[in-house]
Design a protein around this ligand. Structure first.
Ligand code: IPM
Ligand code: MG
Length: 388
């Protein structure tokens, strides 16, 4: 990554690795790339795109869901944008090689321990949500999920013909919880200054350690309101009063489940982005970049793959998170997020948001690029006015 400080503005030269993956992955990643190209053209940045295989497609071509070339390319790039992995062709859980293993290994290799999943209820989309509109007004929360530890990475044993038992282990160490807690509290400071930590401390030893460590870290952030909540209660509270949540921080398994639950507040999983970070989120333009893997939350959606109707907004908003956290381009990230809010306010809807709508992936992408151009033109006009 190279930053050039010109007279008028500073520009950036960065390599972005695209991992389109399976199902609708290639369609939505291509949309996000178009939006990133529009941002680059407007702001004078140079983004070089490379792509590599992951998931089921990589198994088919190379017998490995995360081939060595892909891994090397991920480590070299300034940031990685992933579509989705998995699908019915590789869904048999007894297969020794599965697409999901590629994603889990990639998270581990990149060290992306902090998974950020923001969920917002956009005005005008209340009908698409499973909840009553009066519960949705003002919902804006950030799930911070631990991503490289816990039960997804613990010691396990499969059942076999001689052993009729299988097990998985949920283990957490103090440093693992501590670094994640700092991510949550830092983020809370740029939001509504509330952190709720979710665990199962009334039963699990790893949760008792979790609660103790997060509570300790909370003392370093006296300006942030903090409480712990049991996961079963949190699952209920998310539906009863979702507005109460600002930052929700939790372990790998609980975060996986609660993030899908929370996605229903937004109306469609197709809208939701995610960022997986290997360090503290760094919102400043000149701060050190943090390594990150960015992906929409919706998964491969095999039932609609290839039809040109997948909602690209989750991938496009993931690209915004990429600019913010890995390239330090917060203003450009805001520009994309504003453009998405604008097209939704204008009533542009893919079929997941409005069944029967004829607006497909390409039309939605065009609408975002147009809104982005309009937003940039407006900013230029107001800057010119300010200088006049
Ligand atoms: C997610 C997915 C993955 C996970 C799967 C595909 C391994 O469900 O990103 O939430 O469980 O982390
Ligand atoms: Mg999941």
């Amino acid at each position: 990554m190279r930053r050039t400080n010109g007279k008028v503005k500073d520009t950036m030269d960065a390599t972005i690795l695209l991992l389109p993956g399976d199902g609708v992955g290639p369609e939505v990643v291509s949309s996000a790339q178009q939006v990133l190209e529009a941002v680059a053209a407007e702001a004078g940045h140079t983004f070089r795109f490379r792509d590599a295989r992951i998931g089921g497609t990589a198994i088919d071509e190379e017998g490995d869901p995360l081939p060595p070339d892909t891994m090397a390319a991920c480590l070299q790039a300034d940031a990685v944008l992933l579509g989705a992995v998995g699908g019915p062709r590789w869904a048999d859980p007894t297969r020794p090689v599965r697409p999901e293993q590629g994603l889990l290994r990639l998270r581990e290799v990149l060290g992306t321990f902090a998974n950020l999943r923001p969920v917002r209820a956009y005005p005008g989309l209340e009908d698409a949500s499973a909840l009553r509109p009066d519960r949705l007004d003002g919902v804006d929360l950030m799930i911070v999920r631990e991503l490289t530890g816990g039960i997804y990475f613990g010691t396990r044993e499969e059942a076999s013909t001689d052993s009729k038992t299988a097990f998985d282990t949920m283990a957490y160490s103090e440093p693992e919880v501590e670094r994640l807690a700092h991510v949550a509290f830092r983020l809370a400071r740029s939001r509504r200054r509330r952190v709720i930590s979710v665990d199962k401390a009334n039963v699990l030893a790893s949760s008792r350690l979790w609660r103790r460590v997060v509570t300790q870290v909370a003392r370093e952030y006296p300006d942030v309101a903090f409480e712990s909540m049991l996961v079963d209660a949190a699952a209920m509270h998310l539906l009863r009063c979702p507005r109460d949540f600002d930052v929700l921080v939790t372990g790998n398994l609980f975060g996986d489940i609660l993030a899908d639950e929370a996605s229903m507040l937004a109306g469609s999983m197709g809208l939701l982005p995610s960022a997986s970070l290997a360090g503290l989120p760094e919102p400043s333009r000149n701060g050190p970049p943090v390594r990150g893997l960015y992906e929409p939350v919706h998964g491969s959606a095999p039932d609609i793959a290839g039809k040109g109707i997948a909602n690209p907004l989750g991938a496009i908003l993931s690209a915004a998170m990429l600019l913010r956290h890995s390239l330090g381009l917060a203003r450009e990230a805001d520009g994309i997020e504003d453009a998405v809010a604008q097209v939704l306010a204008d009533g542009v809807r893919t079929p997941d948001l409005s069944p029967g709508s004829e607006t497909g992936t390409a039309a939605m992408t065009r609408a975002v690029v147009e809104a982005l151009d309009a937003g940039a033109a407006k900013t230029l006009r107001s800057e010119a006015k300010a200088h006049a």
